[in-house]
Design a protein. Structure first.
Length: 91
């Protein structure tokens, strides 16, 4: 694959292994249920510290009130939730 990359070819790689992706890809797109939910370089996407994208299983109830009581911010985008830590929070 490295030879193809050097030739400037587009490579589509399906992987959840970040190390593998970092070695091969210049840009990354993250799909959820067939829709592009975010895109950028590995550095750009991993720089989003303090943000977590969460999907719920069909029929699973959201526990938004509990999340907010813990001091996190939650925002719904379609079927996914972005949970954002506040300044100084780390877990």
């Amino acid at each position: 694959m490295a030879a193809l990359k050097k030739e400037g070819r587009t490579i589509f790689l399906n992987s959840h292994l970040l190390g593998e992706v970092e070695l091969i890809c210049d840009r990354v797109g993250i799909l959820a249920r067939g829709e592009l939910v975010c895109e950028g370089t590995v550095a750009e996407l991993t720089a989003l510290q303090g943000k977590f994208l969460i999907g719920l299983a069909p029929g699973q109830a959201s526990r938004l009130e509990e999340v907010e009581q813990l001091g996190y911010r939650a925002e719904r985008s379609g079927e996914l939730w972005t949970i954002t830590l506040n300044e100084g929070q780390n877990d």
